[in-house]
Design a protein. Structure first.
Length: 335
């Protein structure tokens, strides 16, 4: 089978992502928790962008959305939507066993396919660090995955979200959707007035998107509106809080995020029993700029010999969709 005939899908709670093994990729914002009934149509529209696709390789995280009463129900709903969008195509779903399941087996083993995109990405990324130890730092819009690899193979304490949160391998900090009050709770309003998108827009690390109103106040994702949202975090507004103070505040939030993730990365890798020598750090995701900063600061005493950027290896558009690309490649290799 030609590799281009396989389309990888990563179905999240806020975004739908697709990629092919030949590095075509697309990301579509989709608030699954608000409109689960529209998922089949949204997926079908995304799949239609790749008319040569005759097989779907799937991973997901959207089952955690609170529109579903349970993860079991969420997985079932997502699989049902994939069947509709697939329109008779072969469908395979990645599991944390390191293998693909058909939709029926995936529904029966729902905890092994729920939130398995990190495992698919780590399994693919292991080829960039086949020897010694490595750490994958993948920072997205909502979360950070910190995944130790032993000779290229994922080596984690947990495989489910609760276990990974407990171990620190999953950190709910991202570069777009995290409420500022969650990342920086000190002397700020404990309210969804601003998100990390505003922080990194103000700091120039995330581009303005005037057409997007997926923000805390529903106003455009621009520099000026980001400053206004950050001012509310301080109990003020643009008339009462200076721009210099707001930029300083954004810098403080960024510094706290770096400290949190740096500590987590160090703990995840060296709190394991007899970890192998850390030879490589692999960075990826929409927040790769932040992952690089974390990688540089996490291991000052025993720095890795190499840092591999999936942004550089795959290109920015594919790196943002890295789990979708990973399942596409893994499915092509599995045949």
């Amino acid at each position: 089978m030609a590799t281009a005939s396989i389309l990888g899908l990563d179905i999240g709670g806020a975004n739908l992502k697709a990629a092919t093994p030949d590095k075509r990729a697309a990301t579509v914002p989709f608030a699954l928790w608000k409109q689960p009934d529209k998922l089949p149509a949204a997926l079908a529209e995304l799949v239609a962008r790749f008319p040569d696709a005759d097989e779907l390789a799937v991973t997901m995280t959207g089952e955690l959305c609170d529109c579903f009463e349970t993860k079991r129900a969420g997985v079932a709903a997502i699989l049902a939507a994939v069947r509709v969008a697939g329109a008779g195509r072969r469908v395979r779903i990645w599991s944390t066993d390191g293998a693909f399941l058909d939709p029926e087996a995936a529904e029966q083993n729902y905890l092994k396919v729920a939130a398995a995109n990190w495992h698919a990405l780590a399994t693919y990324a292991g080829r960039y660090a086949p020897h010694h130890g490595s750490l994958l730092i993948d920072i997205g819009s909502t979360t950070t995955d910190l995944i130790p690899l032993n000779h290229g193979v994922p080596s984690t304490y947990g495989t489910t979200d609760p276990a990974r949160l407990e171990s620190g391998e999953l950190v709910y900090l991202g570069v777009l959707r995290t409420p500022v009050c969650a990342a920086y709770p000190d002397r700020v309003c404990a309210e969804l007035f601003a998100t990390t998108r505003d922080v990194y827009t103000v700091l120039g690390r995330v581009a303005e998107h005037p057409e997007s109103c997926d923000t805390a106040d529903g106003r455009p994702a621009t520099f000026d509106h980001a400053l206004a949202r950050l001012a509310r975090m301080l109990g003020g507004d643009r008339e009462t809080v200076s721009d210099d103070r707001l930029i300083h505040f954004a810098t403080c939030v960024h510094t706290r995020i770096v400290e949190t993730l740096t500590s987590a990365a160090r703990s995840v890798y060296y709190d394991t029993s007899s970890p192998p020598e850390l030879a490589t750090v692999i960075v990826s995701g929409a927040g790769e700029f932040l992952a690089r900063r974390v990688a540089d600061g996490a291991f000052p005493d025993r720095p890795p010999r190499a840092t591999v950027s999936l942004n550089d290896e795959l290109g920015p558009a594919v790196s943002v969709c890295a789990p979708a690309y990973a399942v596409a490649v893994l499915a092509a290799e599995a045949g």
